[in-house]
Ligand binder design. Structure first.
Ligand code: ADP
Ligand code: MG
Length: 698
């Protein structure tokens, strides 16, 4: 009996008893493994005050307090069973990194004791040479530093049987170049803060600090682990490189919001509980459109925190799936022919006083200016936004009539569209901002009515925030959020300068100020209006219309990476990433793209030669048949190998082009043939778990 058939049989025999569940309230579990504000307040007074000021963006951290804080962190961590600490950071891979050290230290007279010193809290020095640097460092220049980021809380992480104190850090080279996702994100936050505060000042809005907010809806697939282990492509690449369309996929639309299967629910509850404990405010769970697909969404938070939390959440989901004999797939497109997974980034801006700046308010210069800034930003930098979500994985998802296409447009909704029209045509009055209020009151219904249109948009206004729907499920949110912050801050500065010039030294009332600013807003809305589209983004007509409007449409991610080194990008990234740092990102993304393609192509070749072909040939021999598909597949496989062998000496850029333009079509060709073979080869001989088994056997 082949391993696949045996695994399928065993799933049927599985012990169905679910683990005991704890019924502790979410609010009680929340943050129990976080060194949160309450604990900071208990530190010696000066140290507490300094750290709290840092958290609120009012002060720099004073290293004089590091020893006191380190000691308190160690005592707290040890009380919870921690033996080790780690500087937790986010290199330019899509994962986090950590190197553990125990608290072990020499005491007097050859004894040992547990210690954690201020300098260990403040700085670490991992060997940076094995992390992607995109040419920022030569291989022999190994020095890289991690520095404590006191703007986020330390936390405890359970793994194996041990507990580790995690110190969130930023990661940079010995020359001070940013080697992580966190540093540019924090710089973009600062830029946005400065621009938004100017607007607050102009409009008399009380605020000491403005930050971006993020609620990341995470989609994922859950499948049985025994089947997962029989799919080397899922194990190594996160997606199936072969797999025939099953007789039943998502066509009955019976999975979306359907009742969650017990086994999956038990998994959800456990990972959610672990998430709550490390301070991730998970709130929403439901079945998604495709069979075996689900979603988890948290309450929104300050973006820098939400980004850390999303990384941690993905880790928790993967590890808890394993505990439940399941596998959690976070790839953008694990299965062809059914929906892929995204990570919708809901983005807005909020003040320290708790005001959501994208909440439409009547006759509000603040709101209209921000709206104009966002429109201008998206229009000006559409290609860069496209690049922010570019990856080999997302290429399988974007434009597949399940996710936004690769053309960037903004969906404003009826009420805002009217307002924009009015400002542009200068006939104030008909649709006063009051109608937005009305629109908002009707929003739940309004959203339900137009959700198909809305769901097809790349970047959609959804009442009081923008939803960046094109982000891929496995992506690190820092890059898209950094770019949104950067381009909005840049546009806002420009618009504010023009408004200031129009107002001059005059002391104006609220209404007069709006009147004076309207021509500036009108000019920018007019220039950027063509990026607004509320129709069906999936339609062929839109592709045509978008081309007529002159909107960029970068279909393949590989062709989007060069946006990082465009002149325009350089200027918008001033103060966030230098030219060298941007160039390094370009190199890293190209290299990552190539490596993923290389792994997937190699996987295909291996699976074809060592599993698919022997099974198909055996079957044909035994049944005395001749299957022409086999001959064709052998030929395509050989062609693919030949192209790959000719690339050995090429640089990454050249390789990327070949993978994108020559290898990818060959991979698709081989896949089609193998998927057809799957439909004719004896079921008992077929080695790879089939889609109907992966998607429906839980
Ligand atoms: P839907 O699936 O209908 O888009 P969900 O409830 O699944 O909506 O997710 C909406 C997400 O948007 C949640 O994570 C929520 O916290 C987040 N969100 C709501 N308001 C804001 C805001 N002002 N800023 C950022 N994110 C927000
Ligand atoms: Mg949702």
């Amino acid at each position: 009996m082949n391993a696949r058939i045996e695994a399928v049989r065993n799933i049927g025999k599985r012990n169905r008893k679910l683990p005991e569940s704890s019924e502790i309230k979410s609010s009680v579990q929340f943050g129990s493994r976080v060194f949160h504000r309450g604990l900071i307040e208990n530190l010696p007074k000066d140290a507490a005050q300094n750290w709290l000021d840092v958290l609120d963006g009012r002060a720099k951290f004073d290293p004089a307090f590091a020893d006191t804080i380190a000691d308190a962190l160690k005592s707290w961590a040890m009380k919870h069973g921690a033996t080790h600490y780690t500087h937790w950071f986010q290199p330019l891979t899509n994962a986090s990194a950590e190197k553990h050290d125990s608290f072990l230290s020499w005491g007097p007279n050859g004894t040992v004791l547990e210690k954690f010193r201020g300098k260990e809290l403040l700085r670490g020095e991992p060997d940076a040479s094995s992390f992607p640097s995109g040419g920022l460092r030569a291989t022999h220049e190994a020095r890289g530093y991690t520095a404590w980021d006191p703007t986020v809380f330390p936390f405890l992480w359970e793994g194996g049987d041990g507990i580790t104190l995690c110190i969130p850090t930023v990661f940079f080279s010995w020359k001070g170049e940013a080697l992580d996702h966190k540093i540019p994100l924090m710089r973009s936050e600062e830029k946005l803060n400065q621009a938004a505060l100017k607007l607050c000042k102009l409009t008399g809005t009380e605020a000491a600090r403005v930050f971006s907010t993020l609620g990341a809806e995470q989609e994922y697939f859950i499948i049985d682990r025994s089947l997962f282990l029989l799919r080397p492509d899922l194990v190594l690449a996160g997606r199936t490189v072969f797999g025939a369309k099953p007789p039943k996929g998502q066509e009955l639309e019976d999975h979306y919001f359907g009742s969650v299967k017990d086994r999956v629910m038990a998994f959800m509850r456990e990972f959610e509980s672990a998430a709550l404990q490390v301070g991730i405010p998970v709130k929403t769970r439901h079945n998604e459109v495709a069979p075996a697909q689900h979603e988890v969404a948290p309450l929104f938070e300050r973006a820098s925190l939400a980004i850390d939390h999303n990384i941690l959440l993905m880790e928790l989901m993967k590890s808890y799936a394993q505990k439940h004999d399941l596998a959690c797939l976070l790839h953008e497109k694990p299965f062809m022919g059914i929906n892929g997974s995204g990570k919708h980034n809901n983005w807005s801006m909020a003040t320290d006083t708790g005001l959501n700046l994208l909440d439409p308010q009547e006759d509000s210069l603040l709101f209209l200016t921000l709206l104009t800034a966002v429109m201008r930003a998206v229009h000006e930098h559409a290609a860069l936004l496209r690049a922010s979500i570019a990856s080999a994985g997302n290429d399988h998802r974007l434009g597949g009539s399940e996710a936004p296409p690769t053309i960037l447009s903004v969906y404003l909704g009826d009420a805002l569209e009217k307002i924009v029209e009015e400002i542009i045509h200068g006939k104030k009055g008909e649709a006063s901002l009051r109608s937005i209020d009305l629109g908002l009151m009707a929003l739940p219904r309004h959203e339900a009515d137009t959700s198909d249109r809305n769901r097809t948009s790349f970047f959609a206004f959804t009442g009081n925030k923008f939803e960046f729907r094109a982000v891929g499920a496995s992506a690190h949110c820092a890059l898209p959020i950094t770019i949104i912050n950067a381009i909005v801050a840049d546009s806002l500065e420009l618009i504010l300068d023009e408004i200031h010039a129009a107002v001059g030294d005059r002391k104006l009332s609220r209404d007069e100020m709006l009147e004076a600013a309207l021509p500036v807003l009108r000019k920018h809305l007019k220039l950027s209006q063509k990026v607004a589209f509320s129709g069906n983004n999936y339609s062929a007509e839109w592709e045509k219309e978008a081309a007529e409007r002159g909107l960029p449409n970068i279909r393949r991610s590989f062709h989007a990476f060069s946006q990082f080194v465009e002149k325009k990008t350089l200027s918008v990234f001033e103060g966030i990433l230098s030219e060298e740092e941007l160039h390094s990102r370009y190199e890293i993304f190209v290299e990552q793209y190539c490596k993923i393609m290389q792994i997937e192509a190699a996987l295909m070749i291996e699976l074809f030669q060592t599993q698919v072909l022997p099974a198909a040939q055996k079957d044909m021999r035994e049944r005395g048949l001749d299957e022409p598909l086999i001959t064709k597949a052998i030929a395509v496989n050989a062609e693919m190998k030949k192209i790959i062998s000719q690339m050995a000496d090429m640089g990454w850029e050249a390789k990327g082009k070949v993978y994108c333009e020559l290898v990818a079509p060959k991979m698709a060709e081989l896949r089609t043939l193998v998927d057809q073979l799957e439909m004719v080869v004896d079921n008992v001989l077929w080695p790879l778990p089939k889609y109907r088994e992966l998607l429906f056997l839980i």
